[in-house]
Each structure stands twice: as structure tokens, then as C-alpha cells.
Design a protein around this ligand. Structure first.
Ligand code: ZN
Length: 507
């Protein structure tokens, strides 16, 4: 067994390295690559994908896993070796089901779909996108058919982003969440869209000043300049390259410092997760996120539960007054900042939505894409269905498709099954947060004085170090003893909206 295990570890290390190189090429493409490099980069990435796919589908890997299986049966089921074998088996078995021809087709459709989306988005004309979207739906059906035993066709799509999660689990959870959120938005939002964060970050501030201010905040919460980088990018993201190399990005808006501040907190949460998998998991492929929902739970926790919390506002305001060198409203105090960054506003655009309305945008997308996949909604009827839901859930009229059904790139890329993970991440964050607050009773006092170590340590111990050893459901059960539920999130939100004064105390 020693030899077989050693061989498995060598193969895992190669796969982990290939993923790392692929990540590095993507990071470079979205931060520093000259625009004309796109075509060459696409070829490099396609070759690297093919090499990775060949390693993963190698029949010798399957034989190795078969040989190890009976012998690992007697080991601790939570040991790194058992988990490594289980995860690699899953990766291998999924990859071998996909014929090379379909895989190439999916890649091509993703690229064409993005182009069609870009064109339709610019023109605000859904008609220019409908064929590409229909093609994506057809291809998903062909993909789903490869996994004939699934309970629901959408399970197969969801599983690519949220391993092991089933449609039947997610549907009632998100419906319960929507039913809790719709009246909450009605009770707390004004009739019209309002400036983000109630306009307190309107500035203006130049990029250098904003970078200085966000690096100061990052340094205090756990960013290590020897192991991290911060670069500008049009669509902020984070990427962990392995131990000692964590890269985050942000966007600077001269008239909204909140953009840089909250995107930096968000990406810091992703980066911290990537950076703190247990050292013994390095180069095993277990040094990866459990799922997109768990990844997003970490980013949203720092952005919202921490960054939009009262203790953080108390701590950060005097610091920002110093680092931004003026420009914040003179009379603004910590209470005012807390109320401003939690203001509820009806919004058309998901990525600009506040914490209270955000998940309604996601649930709407989830339910519409589910209907596209199970055949109860035709592509041609999508814009009208979208607009009707925006009105019933958020109370806003969609005047044109650019600000409606065409606002996100995901469906054009074929990322169907992805949206739900944003909201699942918010729910997981609230469930973890409740446990964290019970375990660390003086958390608020620590944050108020700028001591973020207890928070980082708790997350490291309960979430970060495990990498992808456990899936979302297992992780939640281990940490909180619960299954997925929208109630901790709804309870947290109601309490906060009472604290800001948006909801009356007895509501
Ligand atoms: Zn994120």
C-alpha cells in the first residue's frame, strides 16, 4: 500500500501543480496581460487543459484508486489519505464520462456565448443572445445525459460547483429565504433606488489614496505583504497560488470608495481561505475550497458580517479619516457609518445590490435557470419572466434588457448551476457566524479594538485548514451540527435592520 499511496500522492501533486499554473495564467490574463495577448493565451490554456484532462482521466489513475480502495477501508474515514482517494476518484469518474468531442464543444460554446452576450449586452437586445443561450441549454442537456442516474437533471449542473448538493435540498431553502426577504425589503426599502452606502463614500478620492487606505485596513486584518499581492482588475477576484502566494484584486471608483473597501474585504475573505489550508495538504489537490458556497461564505463574512458590522465601523472610521485625508462627510460618526453601509435600496443590478436585497436577485436567477433546464420555461419567454419576478420580488420595473436579463455574463459562458452558490454562501456564512459568536463571546470587543486574530483563528481551525476534505454539508454539520438553513441568515439580518433603525424594534 505504501507504494500505491506514494504513487497517488505524486499524481495528486502533478494535478495540483497543473491547476496552479492554469490559475497563474488566468490571474495574469485578468490583471497584467496586454489586450492583444488574448488569442495566444487561449491556445496556451487549451493545451494546459488538455494535459490536465489527460492526467485526470488516465486509466492508470483509476487502477491505482481501485487497488487502494480495499486497503483504505480500514483507515480513519476522515484521514487525509482516505479523503484524497475519495476526492480524486470523484474527479476522475466525472472527467472520464465527458467525451473529448463534447468537452471541446462546451469550451467553444462558452467562448461564442460570451461574445454573443457582450454584443447583446452592449445593444441591450436579448434577441442577439437568444440563440447562444438556447445552444447552452441544449449542451447542458447533453452533459446531464452523461450522468443518467441523477435524481434531477439540474443536480448534475449544481454538482460541478457544489459537490454533492442536490436540487431537492436547495429549492425549499431558497424559497423559504425568498419568502422571508420579500416582506423585509418591503418594510425597509424606500420607493426608489438610492446611492450605494447612502452616499457616504462619494469622495472623490484618487486611486493612490484609495489604495493606501485599503492596504492599511488589509494590513490590520491579516494581509501579509510578503505573501500577498493586491492588484487592480475590472472584475475583482482572488486567487491562491499555494503557500506563500495569495493574490487579490480590487476595482477603484473615484466616486465610491465603498467599491474598493468592500471588494477588498470580500476578496480578502477568499484569499485567507486559500492561504490557510493545512500545510500537509499542500500539493495534494485537497488544498482547495470545499465548494463555491463555502468559498463565498468566507468572502461574504468579511465583507458583510464583519465589514458592515457595528464594531468594525467603530474601528475603521477614525482610520479612514486618517488614511483618506478628508473627504468623508464631516458629521459622520460610527453609528451613521453603520446605518449608511446597511441601507436597503431597491436595485436592478445584482452586483450593486445591498446585503438585504442581494439574495432576491440570486434566487430569481436560480429559479429561472432551473425552469430553463427542466423545460418549463422557453428561452424566448425568459425576459418577460425575469421582468415579472423583478417586479414581484424587488418591486422594480425593468426598462431594458441590459439592466435586466442581460446583466450577468454567467449564462453566456454556460455557467448554469453557479448562481445558487452565491446565496448558499451567504446562508453558510450566517450559520458559521452564529457558532463563532457562541465560541468567541468577546468577538465584538476584539473587532472594535482592531484585534482580528480570534476571528482568523476560529475560521482557520474550523474551516480553512480542511481544504476540500469535507463538502459543504459535512463541514456545516461538523461545525454547527445543523443542515443548510435560511433562518440564521434571516435572523441575523432582522436583528441588524432593527439595530440600524430600518425595522421597528417589535417587528
Ligand atoms: Zn466572491
Amino acid at each position: 500500500m505504501g507504494d500505491d499511496l506514494a504513487q497517488l500522492r505524486v499524481r495528486a501533486a502533478e494535478l495540483a501543480d497543473l491547476h496552479g499554473v492554469t490559475g497563474l495564467l488566468h490571474w495574469d490574463q485578468h490583471t497584467t496581460m496586454p489586450p492583444a495577448g488574448g488569442a495566444t493565451r487561449a491556445e496556451r490554456l487549451a493545451t494546459l487543459d488538455a494535459v490536465t484532462h489527460a492526467r485526470l482521466t488516465d486509466p492508470a489513475l483509476g487502477r491505482l484508486l481501485d487497488a487502494l480502495e480495499p486497503r483504505l477501508r480500514d483507515e480513519d474515514p476522515d484521514s487525509n489519505d482516505v479523503r484524497l482517494a475519495r476526492r480524486l476518484r470523484r474527479d476522475h469518474e466525472k472527467a472520464v464520462r465527458i467525451p473529448a468531442e463534447l468537452s471541446a464543444e462546451l469550451t467553444r460554446a462558452a467562448s461564442l456565448g460570451q461574445e454573443a452576450w457582450l454584443d447583446a449586452h452592449q445593444a441591450g437586445d436579448f434577441g442577439r443572445f437568444r440563440d447562444a443561450l438556447e445552444r447552452q441549454v441544449e449542451l447542458r442537456h447533453r452533459y446531464v445525459a452523461l450522468f443518467g442516474e441523477a435524481e434531477h437533471p439540474y443536480d448534475v449542473l449544481l454538482d460541478d460547483y457544489e459537490p454533492g448538493m442536490r436540487t431537492a435540498e436547495v429549492v425549499p431553502v431558497l424559497a423559504e429565504l425568498r419568502d422571508g426577504l420579500v416582506p423585509l425589503v418591503q418594510a425597509t426599502a424606500g420607493p426608489d433606488e438610492e446611492p450605494r452606502n447612502a452616499g457616504v463614500f462619494a469622495g472623490p478620492w484618487d486611486v493612490a489614496t484609495q489604495r493606501h487606505a485599503v492596504l492599511d485596513v488589509l494590513g490590520a486584518i491579516g494581509y501579509d505583504p510578503d505573501a500577498w499581492r493586491l492588484d487592480p482588475a475590472p472584475h475583482p477576484f482572488a486567487m491562491g497560488m499555494g503557500p506563500g502566494d495569495t493574490r487579490i484584486t480590487t476595482r477603484y471608483d473615484e466616486h465610491d470608495f465603498g467599491m474598493a473597501l468592500y471588494s477588498v474585504l470580500h476578496e480578502f475573505g477568499h484569499g485567507l481561505y486559500d492561504a490557510r489550508h493545512a500545510p500537509e495538504l499542500a500539493r495534494t489537490t485537497l488544498d482547495a475550497p470545499a465548494s463555491l458556497a463555502v468559498h463565498e461564505s468566507q468572502s461574504r463574512m468579511w465583507e458583510n458580517l464583519v465589514g458592515r458590522g457595528r464594531p468594525f465601523c467603530v474601528w475603521v472610521l477614525p482610520r479612514l479619516r486618517e488614511t483618506l485625508g478628508g473627504g468623508l462627510p464631516p458629521g459622520l460618526d460610527a453609528d451613521g457609518l453603520f446605518r449608511a453601509v446597511n441601507a436597503v435600496s431597491r436595485s436592478l443590478i445584482r452586483v450593486e445590490a445591498d446585503e438585504t436585497t442581494y439574495n432576491l436577485h440570486v434566487v430569481l436567477r436560480f429559479e429561472l435557470e432551473l425552469a430553463l433546464i427542466d423545460g418549463t420555461l422557453a428561452v424566448d419567454d425568459l425576459p418577460a419572466a425575469w421582468n415579472a419576478r423583478m417586479l414581484s420580488d424587488l418591486g422594480v420595473e425593468v426598462a431594458d434588457d441590459r439592466e435586466g436579463v442581460l446583466q450577468d455574463i454567467h449564462w453566456g459562458m454556460g455557467a448554469i448551476g453557479y448562481f445558487a452558490t452565491y446565496t448558499l454562501g451567504n446562508l453558510v456564512a450566517a450559520q458559521l457566524w452564529r457558532r463563532l459568536r457562541a465560541d468567541v463571546p468577546d468577538l465584538d470587543a476584539a473587532i472594535e479594538t482592531g484585534d482580528f486574530a480570534p476571528l482568523r483563528e476560529w475560521l482557520g481551525e474550523h474551516v480553512h485548514r480542511h481544504g476540500r476534505k469535507f463538502d459543504t454539508r459535512e463541514l456545516l454539520a461538523r461545525v454547527t451540527g445543523e443542515g443548510l438553513s435560511p433562518q440564521p441568515f434571516l435572523g441575523y439580518l432582522r436583528a441588524k435592520l432593527k439595530d440600524t433603525g430600518a425595522l421597528p424594534p417589535g417587528a
